[in-house]
Design a protein around this ligand. Structure first.
Ligand code: PGA
Length: 250
């Protein structure tokens, strides 16, 4: 069974609502590709205007973050029902920037994955190693620990429907992309781990993205690898180049 590719932009803390709508207008005609799922994961304040701007297109809207309670006294937070009501389908969970700068640990991320599924959001669960772990060859164990902890208690059916993003921290925003062989090695390993935790059918279904300085120049080579089912793209998602990544096979 061929897995459908999924190309997601992670806008991070970029784009005011006005800029976000302008970027949507620029990108809309460029990101048409019937073979690929396209997602814009945008800052919370941009969700409503972006959802409106992409209405009737092939673009799905994603959130970059959410909180695990539905409502209440959690000043500054945004809930899953709020995201769903605004038209959000995907949510990024466990990005290395949230792990590092906002202290989100695996127990909390596991709660977020559970809450996303309970609410009807599709998680894009991020994992990946630091430069230091890569250099002392400890990256595989590290990533497996992240995956096992973050998916604790998640069913096979849920895993089959979700997205996992392998994002080596040393490649994020650095211009230093993992080679296609390095990215393939880890994406295949993650799929193996899913097969061990669940079964081969689930492992064959889960979509695994690569992220970290993916751009118009390297996307085709990365996406040609058998276990790389898409990309989670930061910097290049804010430019017309994103259209070239989405159309990597044209
Ligand atoms: P980058 O970011 O493409 O700018 O490296 C990727 C990400 O952090 O999701």
């Amino acid at each position: 069974m061929a897995r459908r590719k999924i190309i997601a932009g992670n806008w991070k803390m970029n784009m005011t609502p006005t800029e976000a709508v302008a970027l949507c207008e620029t990108l809309k005609p460029l990101v048409v590709n019937d073979d690929v799922d396209v997602v814009f994961c945008v800052p919370a304040i941009d969700i409503v205007p972006v959802a409106k701007a992409v209405e009737g297109t092939n673009i799905a809207v994603g959130a970059e973050n959410f909180y695990i309670e539905d409502k209440g006294a959690y000043t500054g937070e945004i809930s899953a029902p709020m995201l769903l009501d605004a038209g959000v389908k995907y949510v990024i969970i466990g990005h290395s920037e949230r792990r590092e700068y906002f202290g989100e640990d695996d127990a909390f991320l596991n709660a977020k994955v559970k809450k996303a599924f309970a609410s009807g959001l599709t998680p894009i669960l991020c994992c990946g190693e630091s430069k230091e772990l890569r250099e002392r060859n400890a990256y595989k164990d590290w990533i497996n620990l992240q995956i096992k902890a973050d998916l604790d208690g998640i069913t096979a059916e849920q895993v089959a429907s979700m997205v996992i993003a392998y994002e080596p921290i040393w490649a994020i925003g650095t211009g230093l992309t993992a080679t296609s062989d390095q990215a393939q090695e880890v994406c295949a390993m993650i799929r193996n781990t899913i097969a061990e935790m669940y079964d081969t059918d689930t492992a064959e279904k889960v979509r695994i993205q690569y992220g970290g300085s993916m751009n118009a120049g390297n996307a085709a080579e990365l996406l040609a690898k058998p276990d790389i089912d898409g990309g989670l793209i930061g910097g290049a998602a804010l430019k017309p180049d994103f259209g070239k990544i989405v159309n990597y096979n044209k």
